[in-house]
Design a protein around this ligand. Structure first.
Ligand SMILES: Cc1cc2nc3c(=O)[nH]c(=O)nc-3n(C[C@H](O)[C@H](O)[C@H](O)COP(=O)(O)O)c2cc1C
Length: 386
């Protein structure tokens, strides 16, 4: 009888990529909490990420984990540049797996957007207030000696040898991520951080093999994908997050046609999913206050998915269950990443399943909760419906 009440839902249909099965299409987006010491995870990261596993998402991304210390955005970023960093993340991967969620990690280098303040300290270059807390800026690197904007730190232009060294650090980080027990790995190539700053003609003024035309500007991201894929196990999916366009609504710089081309090249290098974000090349990607429509990036994910024939994830203002159901049902993306809405409601996935009729009797909840909620349901319904 209970089974008859379950509605078919696209959002709650599974998706298998290589050896990993996503039990539904809901993924928790990488979100920095800037709460690590020297990049090492602690109980905060376990509780923070653990709540999303209890909350029913199929895969849960850590925040951007830096591949080297100077690639951190702030002093509080997570890192994955050593075996100690991997060991500290093991309790997280173990808990997520035991709750039926895929543990996922985003690996990153902040490039010219490194050495910043935590958002709540100002979200800009470090200043006297940070120095008073004992947090000093460090030297940053980029494809070209071009700051994000006036008043920001001037990056050092990377040599070809240094560029290749950073590519190796991504591969080493992927090895540590595997040792830590992660099942899904994402390379951060969005939001104005190092890899994105190589892609964009606005931040990459090089005229060697890593700059110039689109093929040159894509070389860094593609080399990382290749090197990571070579060490990341064959049965584990690889995602790349991109800024589908440099800035939403601006026709200069990296454009959607470029992203379609990049996605095709990534696919040829064994990348399974393109995670479609946007913007961030010249400032914040998320904290901007401009008006944006619901799910505004589905225009990007649907085109990239169709034209590059690759699995996509879309992120940005996916707020409602019915909205997410439509995104997946209409094949505008294959996965939805939920960011701030999961901070508001870590049980977003379970509530969506209830609302869509995919889990009306709390059978998918942890039994410690579901057993009680199922028995409470008739009472609540009566109170609600009168
Ligand atoms: C607190 C916070 C931290 C974030 N950190 C990251 C990050 O580490 N890596 C990343 O790719 N995006 C990061 N983002 C962007 C989110 O992953 C997501 O793309 C963005 O919040 C838009 O989705 P939303 O509208 O569902 O929040 C962060 C966003 C927030 C709010």
């Amino acid at each position: 009888m209970a089974e008859e009440n379950h509605q078919k839902s696209a959002l709650f249909s599974p998706l298998t990529l290589r050896g990993a099965t996503f039990k539904n299409r809901i993924v928790i987006s990488p979100m920095c909490t800037y709460s690590a010491e020297e990049g090492i995870a602690d109980e905060w990261h376990l509780a923070h990420l653990g709540q999303f596993a209890l909350g029913g998402a199929a895969a849960i991304f850590t925040e951007a984990a830096a591949v080297e210390p100077r690639g951190r955005i702030t002093h509080g970023d997570l890192g994955i540049w050593s075996a100690d960093h991997a060991a500290a993340l093991k309790p997280v991967t173990s808990f997520l797996s035991r709750q039926g969620a895929l543990p996922a990690i985003q690996i990153a280098h902040a490039g010219r957007k490194a050495s910043m303040q935590r958002p709540w300290h100002g979200n800009g270059p470090m200043d006297a207030g940070d120095a008073a807390r004992g947090e000093m800026p460090w030297d940053i690197v980029a494809p070209s000696a071009e700051p994000v904007k006036d008043g920001w730190l001037m990056p050092n232009e990377l040599t070809v040898e240094e560029i290749q060294g950073i590519q190796e650090k991504f591969a080493t980080a992927a090895g540590h991520a595997h040792d830590a027990g992660f099942e899904v790995l994402e390379i951060h190539s969005a939001h104005g951080y190092l890899a994105h700053s190589f892609l964009s003609p606005t931040s990459n003024q090089r005229n060697d093999a890593y700059g110039g035309d689109r093929a040159g500007r894509m070389r860094f991201s593609l080399a990382i994908a290749e090197k990571v894929r070579a060490v990341w196990p064959e049965n584990k999916p690889l995602f790349v997050r991109i800024s589908s366009v440099d800035s939403d609504g601006v026709t200069e710089g990296w454009q959607l046609d470029d992203s379609v081309a990049l996605a095709g090249e990534l696919k040829m290098r064994g990348v399974d999913v393109v995670d479609c974000s946007s913007s961030g090349i010249s400032g914040t990607a998320t904290a901007a206050q401009g008006k944006l429509p619901l799910g505004f990036r589905t225009a990007y994910s649907s085109r990239i998915g169709t034209e590059a024939d690759i699995t996509t994830m879309v992120v940005g203002l996916v707020l409602h269950a019915a909205q997410a159901e439509q995104i997946i049902g209409d094949r505008l993306a294959d996965l939805v990443a939920i960011g701030r809405e999961a901070l508001f409601d870590p049980y977003w996935a379970r509530h969506a399943a209830y609302e869509l009729g995919a889990d009306p009797r709390f059978g998918d909840w942890p039994m410690q909760y579901g057993w009680w909620l199922e028995r409470r349901e008739p009472l609540v319904r009566e109170l609600r419906d009168g």
